[in-house]
Design a protein around this ligand. Sequence first.
Ligand code: ARG
Ligand code: GLU
Length: 709
Amino acid sequence: MIKRNILIASAFFSFSVGIAQQYGGMWIPTELNEKEMKDLGMKISAKDIFNTQKPSIKDAVVQFNGGCTAEIISPKGLLLTNHHCGYSQIQSHSTVQNDLLSNGFWAKNNSEELANPGVTVDFIVDIKDVTKEILEGNPNLETAQINANIQKVQSTIKTEPGQKVMVKSMYYGNKYYAFVTDTFKDIRLVGAPPQSIGKFGSDTDNWVWPRHTGDFSMFRIYADKNNRPAEYSKDNVPYVPKHYLPVSIKDKKENDFTFVFGFPGRTTEYLPSIAVDKIMRDTDPARIAVRDVALKTLDEKMRADDATRIKYASKYASVANYWKKWIGEVEGLKKSNAVQKKATYEQTLISKNPDIKITLDQLTQLYNEQAPYALNNAYYTETIRNAETLALANLFSNYIAAVESGKMDEKNTVAFKNRLASFYKDYSAELDAKVTAKLLALYANKTAPTYLPAGFEKYKNEAQNLQTIENLSKNSVITGRSEVNGASLSSDIDKAFSNPDQLVTAIKKDEMYILFNSLKDTYSKTADKQYTSLQTKIDVLQKKFMAQQMETDKERKFFPDANSTMRVTYGKVKGSSPRDAVSYDFQTHLSGVIEKYVPGDYEFDVPQKLVDLYNKKDYGIYKDKSGDVPVGFTATNHTTGGNSGSPALDAQGNLVGLNFDRQWEGTMSDINYDPRFSRNIMVDTKYILFVIDKFADSKWLVDEMKIVK
Ligand code: ARG
Ligand code: GLU
């Protein structure tokens, strides 16, 4: 079967086929398949990529603020990441008079770089396989003992002062790895293009190829006089890295070798076919349905009213991001025949090891048993997330529980109030009353009566709901539309909190709050408990199924599912033909930006200066042999969320692109990578340098870098 897979894959793929082309792969950088990488065209060695004895490429790759990736591109600690990864920092320095999101920002020298308290950058100092120490050779070791062993390992590995050790489970608990990390805390904003370049195409183009977004921003790591991490201080100096990435502006060719280094967040590549079937038929569609309603309601108002548009821009983008991804995922799972492919693979495994049938039968039974609860879980969690007033009620419910158990001290209260204040800042209670009304109607209609609070049927009628919920919202304290302690929570939070007992009493009588609590209570009793306890059983069997796959399929090299740890993925620069008669080139150009340009448009406007540069063809050294500036390109690298900002490197380890997205037709790669459709999307280094040099007149930054021509 594996052999057959290779044949199928090679029919679609004309170049030499390795594991990465069949299954994708996000490899632990200490365990690279060097031979395969070299067969695909790599010219450096695995030791050049990860080495604890000598500077190596890993020393230039960092986790940016816990969720994205960034890379060092100069001997002075200059960092490159995505615009969408630096978005909230750029936003935080913006005011109405000085709107850095709209205008962009470019420091003219080090002294103009802007501090960002709270932002961190993590280096990986070392990675160790500690499976023996954690599991003591016993795959069924009890959880309590495993946790004790993790503590022990974390405290015994030797580190420099300030470094940390983090043990992470891999292969569903079949292996454990320790990561030694070094965290820098003085990270300054150096430059960002206006969002008409950095977010060009916005939600319409998100997850879509062909793409023309200059999704990059630049920061700099600062260190103390000894080049060690330090809190912000004006005396800190630019960090001197062990290694930084040379930036290549050579022309790209289809089939060039490329690899991506970064911190992918989460994948589930080894699920049984039954689980994939449930995601495709039940849970993804449920999540999509809830977000469909929420997004439509928001969009209508955002288009009509500018203030609402600004308030909700970032929230809308984040809701729309996964909504669109899941739609692509469902399509892709169908199109790639994922369920059938996994089922066939399972039969092959069973033919070699009949015990696997027992595991799979048990898993099938559990997933079927869990299905109604999982569906309810999907509807409930999405409803609570997207009906903001319910999410708010949830916050207050946790607050009251903390007050009543005596955990709400001074410090926690301040933190809670700050959290609320930032929530109210971007919240429209009137608009959300509509969203909540519609989502409750959807929930009432899609949920079996056994999982609904008594009398909840009355919420099935959307038109009636709009009235009911608007009334509840208007008279509610938590929405801020009704006062408590003589003030509204949304306009004078200190006054509203001035008598906490009064506040708690008022909230407990708040009908919006009561409605939320009846929902939550019923959900947790009738579905959540069952869902979680079945999931615990599934997790035990998934660990076993993972081990059985690895023991049985000896020819296949298994990478551990992504879990926000450092990984390397590799492949080739490549276009694709994802649909009948549609074929995608691997590269886009500046002329394509101008083709999409809609003056004054919210998503497709372009700065005049970029248009001028285009008209004058003032491209300097950044054009390719076609005479145009390359903007984006695709490759077969297997990436996921968290790989944003990841460096794309060439065969020599030079930076050639900045990862920021995947193409829509291949987003099922989180569950079933398919070499025919799965592509990662990168900004071309030529476009990045062109924008810095020609558009932003910040040649001083290019001069810091090592440019490979
Ligand atoms: N789809 C990309 C990534 O998950 C980019 C997201 C940011 N861009 C946007 N238009 N929302 O997550
Ligand atoms: N944009 C994603 C991120 O923020 C990366 C794209 C993907 O999911 O592959 O991490």
